[in-house]
Design a protein around this ligand. Structure first.
Ligand SMILES: C[S@@+](CC[C@H](N)C(=O)[O-])C[C@H]1O[C@@H](n2cnc3c(N)ncnc32)[C@H](O)[C@@H]1O
Length: 284
């Protein structure tokens, strides 16, 4: 039986007001730049597609990297990117700091496909991508870490959380943040379980490796010399090598072995199926 036709999942023209930070305007939504190929083996995900829910910028973000040493861009703010401390195979990431430019123009067309039961869905590029090219932004509901924790009671409920900066990282950036009980825990997280963009479909691959072809970086907005809020960076995903049309896009989630614990405090582990030569055997 033929597969169902392309299903474009988007939520153009709608606005969300579910995020928990008061008094901030929401982003208008992006034009969809990805599609979901339906599968007979799996029902489509039930979550709502959204590219918004980040309260900092007024319009849809499109990011591109400017390698260190290139001239600073002039736009209506200054953006700085800091990597997450993940292994970076490329010189442009090695400096730990590079400029990110918000730009206009089309984003790469991606496709979400069912891979197999143990892996679920995955995201693939439908065009060749150059090294350092913007792939997508990790979007979802912006929550405090505590809110996210209270939501994540069932198995797998935490699989779509992306941690934003910790107070420790903010301090390293030279930015004062309100003191926090745990300097190594993020204050905010992005939860893409129920609402999110295409980035929530990107699977993990251990890196550095050919398989981990994407790198997430934190992109901060600046107002004069100060970050608008260093605890609330955008998470922009870029290719870290040239990627060929049809390849799956994956990044190293960079989760330490003790990152996930069950209710009794014991460490939980999830086997990794990335198949890369440097596979650590588990995602966490
Ligand atoms: C952010 S989601 C990625 C999209 C997911 N595959 C889906 O169907 O929605 C993360 C989850 O995908 C699965 N996954 C991602 N990378 C994997 C890997 N390398 N090996 C095994 N499972 C993986 C795990 O279930 C993980 O908790």
């Amino acid at each position: 039986m033929p597969l169902a036709p392309w299903a474009w999942l988007s939520c153009c023209g709608r606005r969300r007001d579910e995020h928990r930070l008061e008094g901030r305007s929401l982003l208008p939504e992006n034009t969809p730049h990805w599609e979901l190929l339906q599968s007979e083996e799996a029902s489509p995900p039930t979550f709502e597609m959204s590219e918004i829910l980040h309260p900092i910028l007024e319009d849809a973000p499109l990011w591109s990297l400017k390698p260190r040493g290139s001239s600073p861009y002039t736009w209506d703010g200054r953006l700085l990117a800091m990597d997450q401390g993940l292994p970076k195979p490329l010189a442009i990431f090695e400096a730990g700091e590079c400029h990110v430019v918000r730009r206009g123009g089309p984003r790469p067309l991606l496709q979400v496909r069912w891979i197999q039961r143990d892996m679920g869905w995955g995201a693939f590029t439908m065009q060749n991508l150059a090294v350092g090219e913007f792939v997508c932004e990790y979007t979802g509901e912006l929550l405090t870490d505590a809110e996210a924790e209270s939501r994540c009671t069932g198995p797998g409920r935490d699989a779509y959380l992306f941690n934003l900066t910790t107070p420790q990282q903010c301090t390293r950036l030279g930015v004062q943040v309100p003191s926090s009980a745990d300097m190594a825990d993020p204050v905010f997280v992005i939860d893409a379980y129920e609402k999110g963009g295409v980035a929530r479909f990107l699977n993990h691959a251990c890196g550095p490796s050919h398989a981990a072809n994407v790198t997430p970086i934190y992109a901060y907005t600046f107002d004069s010399e100060e970050p608008v809020d260093a605890r609330l960076p955008h998470v922009a995903l870029f290719t870290n090598r040239a990627v060929t049309k049809g390849e799956e896009l994956r990044y190293d989630y960079g989760m330490p072995p003790e990152a996930v614990q069950s209710a009794d405090g014991a460490a939980r582990h999830q086997p990794c199926l990335c198949g890369s030569s440097v596979c650590r055997g588990r995602i966490y």
